[in-house]
Ligand binder design. Structure first.
Ligand code: ZN
Length: 319
């Protein structure tokens, strides 16, 4: 069964470059053994709450040069192709790659070169603003997302600590993006339902992961009627202790009540998963069928930032 799932065509709307660099590549770049690398960047059931960001920081020790950004981006797409991912929208947070003096052009162009190195997958970048970053840095991030829009970049998002930095602090960036016709998705609802409301006020058509909207029936109705795409990342939700156990993950509720959802990995390495593993876990826990996965992949294409023509092209993989 696992081979059948691995070979299914798949669309990924939500995956971060820096948290998804493979262990062998991190080992090569760091000079550490695979086991040493794992101990520094793979969450376990015993991990502390604070480990998540320090593990991402460990990965980003090796993403500070153009050469390494190319290597880790190529590593990512080569691994996605092994799971028959045909289209992916990869998150990049440029301000995390500036420790050794790189700036936006170098970072974005090196990553795009790596992502475009495998002809068996199409990848677009979603450029992330950062909660907690300076207004200047987030303005620059938006400026460069605009510069590369339709040249490998398909939209923006915002990442970082939801509770410490509520979305309302950054709403002007998304209002500007709307005026400038820059598509966006928003990380919201991992920790707070308020941020999901705020994302809806900003007319976000995509939210990741929106889990906390299940705490509020009115919010849930809004998400449903607006057909907002919920980019679900089940293992990530559990590793980050947003959901205590897969058996109570709301993916099952969302699927059977016709919400617009897709299945994603978030940070493959840090959260010790891949997209085949996500599908397998949902099959084992909730008896999701191949038809369910086809439906969610079609949802993902419809809600992607691809052009209409490209959407039609990728939908053909699922008929
Ligand atoms: Zn994410």
């Amino acid at each position: 069964m696992i081979d059948e799932i691995r070979n299914m065509p798949k669309v990924l709307l939500h995956i971060h470059l820096d948290g998804s660099i493979s262990i062998p590549t991190l080992s090569k770049l760091s000079g550490l053994s695979n086991e040493e690398v794992k101990s520094k960047c793979v969450l376990t059931n015993n991990s502390e709450q604070g480990d998540y960001y320090s593990y991402i920081d460990f990965c980003n020790n090796y993403t500070q040069t153009k050469e390494n950004l190319y290597i880790v981006s190529k590593d990512l797409v080569d691994n996605l192709v092994k799971e028959n991912v045909i289209y992916a929208e990869v998150r990049l947070t440029p301000c995390m790659h500036m420790e050794k003096g790189l700036y936006f052009d170098d970072i974005i162009s090196s990553v795009l070169a790596g992502l475009n190195s495998n002809p068996n997958i199409k990848v677009n970048l979603i450029i992330c603003l950062m909660r907690g970053a300076t207004k200047y840095m987030n303005s620059e991030t938006l400026k460069y997302a605009r510069k590369y829009l339709d040249r490998g970049v398909c939209g923006i998002d915002i990442t970082g600590d939801e509770l410490a930095y509520p979305l309302s602090l950054y709403s002007d960036f998304f209002k500007l993006a709307t005026l400038e016709k820059i598509p966006f998705a928003i990380h919201a609802g991992d920790k707070s339902a308020d941020d999901v409301y705020e994302a809806l006020v900003l007319h976000s058509k995509r939210i990741s992961s929106g889990i906390k909207s299940t705490m509020d029936i009115n919010l849930l109705r809004l998400v449903y009627y607006k057909k907002v795409m919920l980019e679900l990342c089940p293992t990530s939700n559990i590793m980050k202790k947003i959901v205590s156990d897969m058996s109570i993950h709301p993916a099952n509720f969302f699927l059977h009540n016709n919400f617009n959802i897709s299945i994603n990995t978030n940070n493959m390495t840090v959260e010790n998963t891949n997209i085949t593993n996500e599908y397998m876990k949902l099959m084992e826990t909730f008896n999701f069928t191949k038809e369910d996965f086809i439906k969610m992949n079609v949802n993902a294409i419809e809600s992607s930032f691809l052009s209409k023509e490209e959407k039609n092209k990728y939908k053909k993989y699922f008929v």
